[in-house]
Ligand binder design. Structure first.
Ligand code: FMN
Length: 260
């Protein structure tokens, strides 16, 4: 079973070509932003595409990165706001990687002039990469699959889906997401951050949303339907985030379910 190609291609790009993405490319990104699937559609969000000069204005710093463009993510401050932004942005990142663009999350920035009613969450830097994106899976530095899984032995389908989540980017490559397996249900949870500071917890909540986007895109690639939902009484070895139920019938019609 193959992995969805943009998952393998994607890498954090920190060096960019002097050529800048065309207006056609920027328009295609804006169009894609309008079609992203949220984890929670009751949380209002704003993804602003800005150029380097506008970003310098927003941060008050000229040397943020070499990137010519940025996507600044804001959200209403409620529920799974950080996971939701990670989930949305990573769908975009995979799409942009498929277009040959280089992208990198910037977790350490703070920005001015946050729109009223929103909080700033994170920024994506992007541009045309100086080098190439990843050529293969051997280029990833990740924890072994077995160390990420708990519970039952995953079958081939579940293994492949967790493999895709394993390749997701995470702040400082700390890979906080763990997966409790129960047949074709995967309960996603988060280990404790190395430093119990608020900023770290938030970054790792974004990491979990990102890993969930990899789960959804890989399942769709494999022709598998499923849904994300919050289940009751799930016991994990960390902070429970959400469960994904693969091959689900999608007929329970609970509005908080995210179906794919
Ligand atoms: C939430 C988040 C925040 C990140 N913040 C930064 C950052 O501030 N600067 C940076 O160079 N990389 C940042 N990264 C990129 C990670 O360092 C990178 O994903 C990780 O080392 C794995 O490498 P890969 O993305 O090439 O697979 C961030 C990634 C995530 C998911």
């Amino acid at each position: 079973m193959a992995l969805y190609e943009p998952i393998i291609k994607r890498c954090s790009v920190r060096s960019y070509s002097d050529k800048i993405p065309s207006n056609v490319v920027i328009d295609a990104i804006r169009e894609k932003i309008g079609r992203l699937k949220p984890l929670d559609n009751t949380i209002r969000i704003k993804l602003a595409v800005v150029n380097a000069a506008e970003m310098a204005e927003l941060t008050g710093t000229k040397k943020i990165s070499q990137a010519p463009y940025y996507i600044v993510a804001y959200s209403e401050n409620k529920g799974m706001a950080y996971q939701n932004i990670g989930f949305l942005l990573e769908q975009l990142v995979l799409n942009m990687s498929a277009m040959g663009l280089g992208v990198c999350y910037l977790g350490g920035l703070s920005v001015k002039n946050t729109p009223p009613g929103f909080i700033y969450i994170i920024t994506l830097a992007f541009g045309i990469p100086k080098g190439s994106l990843r050529q293969g899976i051997s280029e990833f530095k990740r924890r072994p699959l077995e160390s990420l899984c708990r519970g039952e032995q995953p079958d081939e389908t579940v293994s492949q889906i967790i493999m895709a989540a394993r390749l997701a980017p995470s702040a400082m490559n700390l890979q906080p997401c763990r997966y409790q397996i129960e047949g074709h249900k995967i309960h996603i949870f988060r280990g404790s951050p190395p430093l119990a500071i608020k900023k770290f917890v938030k970054l790792q909540q974004i990491d979990c949303g990102i890993a969930m986007a990899h789960i959804m895109e890989q399942a769709k690639f494999m022709g598998i339907h499923g849904k994300f939902c919050k289940m009751d009484n799930i016991k994990t070895g960390g902070t429970y985030e959400m469960s994904v139920i693969l091959d689900s019938e999608n007929n329970e019609d609970k509005s908080e379910n995210v179906e794919f």
